[in-house]
Write a protein that binds this ligand. Sequence first.
Ligand code: SAH
Ligand code: SF4
Ligand code: F3S
Length: 494
Amino acid sequence: MRKLPHSATLVNKYSHKNRKILIIYTFVISFFRYRQAMRINRPMASPPRKCIVMAKKLYIETYGCQMNVADSEVVASILKDEGYLYTNDISEADLILINTCSIRENAEQKIWNRMKQLKSMKKKRAQLLVGLIGCMAERLKEKLIADGQGVDFVAGPDAYRELPGAVAAAEQGKKSVNTILSLEETYGDISPMRLDSNGVSSFISIMRGCDNFCSYCVVPYVRGRERSRDPESICCEASELFGKGYREVTLLGQNVNSYRWKESGDVMDFPDLLEKIAGIDPLLRVRFATSHPKDLSDHLIEVIARNANICRHIHLPAQSGSNKILKLMNRKYTREQYLERIGAIRREIPDCSISTDIIAGFCAESEEDHKDTLALMEEVGYDFAYMFKYSERPGTRAAESMDDNVPEDTKITRLNEIISLQNRLSEISKKGDLGKSFEVLTEGVSKRSAEHLTGRTSQNKVVVFPRNNIAIGEYVRVTIERNTSATLIGKVSE
Ligand code: SAH
Ligand code: SF4
Ligand code: F3S
């Protein structure tokens, strides 16, 4: 039988071994500590690396209409989720997006010129990416990405959700073009990032596209079919803005008053939506643009009339005062029908201002047609107008089947006559406001004087008045004392 060792002998034996291990361990540790100490005292070969990831910066330049302004805010929001910080300083941007317009030839020419400048900017900043988005991107597609133009990707108005992919591909040196138009896209679930905001007024896009096919217009081709955004998301956006202190929203669409939402038997049309938004709070002003005369229903006029916070201003583009030209333009109303709608507005909302768009020198426009336009303008007495000379757009019905036969100098002469008539009408409109008092929503400090504030009346007229202690976003009553060509000037009356 094996004998067990005596316990004292055992302890002794193991203590001896442990001591040896301890000595070796102490020696090794001391050696490493000594080396570390030597390293600390030695000068560093290179500075320590900081592990900070710099956020990339996005800059968007927006051309064209209010729809494009609203779209840029959606795009900024989509790219923010991808880690892009928005900057107002183009010189520090890693990604520049140009949100383009195609409405007239000179709108596109502006973009071509801008592309040249960006191309030279890219030569100095190797990492800089440039994307073209919007209506001209949709119209010209691959042509914008041709070698040597300095454009990294092209995305049409319905392809903004795919932008992160296009940017990532561009970072890898791969160019892309996405101009697929959608029948459903409204970006309704995306909360737009408010760019360039005064914190008081904001746009809310409620529909996209246009089905009217006015014969001169490129919009139905570059924006696709008409589709309406779901009313819940519109109301949420408006309520959220009101909660953040905004006091005015402008509901936007190419053809805003043909808004129509249909879901499982329920229908909501534009007047109902407008009234719903106006019901959020009496302090929230509601505007809308642009309405088509054919969709300006009695119901819509009634809704405006009975809601004090729906602004007393309707932008109702006539385009021409001649029935022959309106037919060629495919506007779907006659001069008489247009004037009948103006009569209905005047009757039901007597303090409503009315503005318009006019095109000079459309195909086959005679001197007599032009005179009809001037007479219509005079008869309506517009408060304001946007005026253009006809510009042929490839692919439109007019370009395909009509002759752009009004000579350029005649177009210019007619446009000048239209502009000088409107200047006179606008002056009459402003003079009519002298001595009257208006509720003005304060939007900011006047550009000309820090002692004055600027705001707008319900009729969309700009008013400047002394600052006193009035806060931006506040409503004040202002009595109009005088005017300049663009502005009413007054003093606070309460
Ligand atoms: N959807 C709006 C207008 C959108 S375009 C509406 O129907 O009222 C804005 C304006 O640009 C138009 O009202 C029209 O006056 C003008 N416009 C459109 N195409 C044009 C063209 N080819 N040449 C000149 N002006 C044009
Ligand atoms: Fe163009 Fe006519 Fe549509 Fe307006 S309604 S966007 S002018 S097609
Ligand atoms: Fe221009 Fe497109 Fe608006 S063509 S006017 S930016 S819808």
